[in-house]
Design a protein around this ligand. Sequence first.
Ligand code: NAP
Ligand code: GDD
Length: 348
Amino acid sequence: MPGKIILGSIIPLNWMNIVNRVALITGISGQDGFYLTEFLSNKGYDVHGVVLLGQEANCHPQATIHHGDLSDGSNLGAILHSVQPHEVYNLGAQSHVRFSFDIPISTANVTGLGAIRMLESVREHQQQTGREVRFYQASSSEMFGRAEKSPQNEHTPFRPRSPYACAKAFAFWQTVNYREAYNLFACNGILFNHESPKRGEAFVTRKITRAATRIKLGLQERLQLGNLDAKRDWGFAGDYVEAMWLMLQHDQPDDFVIATGETHSVREFLHEVFSYLDLDWEEYVDIDPNLFRPSEIEVLCGDSSKASQSLGWKAGVSFSELARMMTDHDRQLAETEKRMLDAAQSTG
Ligand code: NAP
Ligand code: GDD
């Protein structure tokens, strides 16, 4: 690999290019924020994050924290001016689809208007300083909604089916518009579902791995779920944050679908996890009608061939590996919980 010699050692040129680079991440206390901070820190980036008050403990220890709120926006410009980032990743959102039906207005405010608040701050900062700031918008496969075609790619029309998806579609088009109107280096990553041991416990995969491992150790008896027939294209969050970064290193700003290309039902995920623990899921699961959505997306499946050709990206972790990785992690959590409970019972 070509490189420059510094103090007798060869430093690869691609590494030289990203030393001293600075990234600003909104939503850094979430699942993707954690993996992206780890990924960028390993590349030598100085990573900063916008964090709601009280969420500091969920952030990666490598991140420098700035308190801010996407639903307010007063200090977002000031944060940008103090951090002087080369890249901004807008991951902050009210990201729970079911919950967005209960709080549609605040979802629109944070998930939709939050994106335009960030875009405006970036545009102003770039205009005032003359420095290029590259912008990543966390767009979602939810925007495809009731898609007419499967698998979905960058040309599939959006047909959103939730307040969350409508807010994301708004943010998507604002990002495209800032690229076209102001020449901003702004990209949409249209990411399909991605999971990990850091996934929030209200999302179905993590809800299942937490419950199954607790059931296995006798800490819980039953698991309540909604629609088991829904199918999603599930990948590993650690793979997907690399795609975000690759988009901002591309020579042109563009929009990319990121997915595995495989789709599986909630029922299949249940089977994968429970059978890995030598359990039969049908003995433990109850269907709760309250957990169904007013409007549901039955199937999502992505075609990420554009990302594969232009960015050299492809998913690395399979459905089965993902389910096992999450189950192994949550089994350890359950074992710790059990030990603490046993210790408390034996002393009390
Ligand atoms: P997540 O775990 O829910 O993280 C969302 C982050 O946004 C959290 O850090 C949250 O803070 C923060 N946030 C919420 N309200 C905010 C506000 N008013 N101001 C500033 N920050 C706020 O989501 P994720 O799975 O990491 O996903 C990252 C992004 O990608 C989200 O925009 C999501 O909609 C999008 N996306 C996710 C997937 C997926 O499958 N994971 C797929 C496509 C797109 P708290 O920690 O305080 O809640
Ligand atoms: N959360 C949840 N809880 N979902 C359930 C349950 C349950 O008890 N039972 C069945 N499901 C079904 C939902 O109806 C849905 O069809 C599927 O499981 C997946 O639900 P979630 O894990 O909540 O994810 P999502 O697909 O709605 O949204 C996630 O992926 C989007 C990308 O497609 C979120 O991460 C979004 O932020 C993201 O944009």
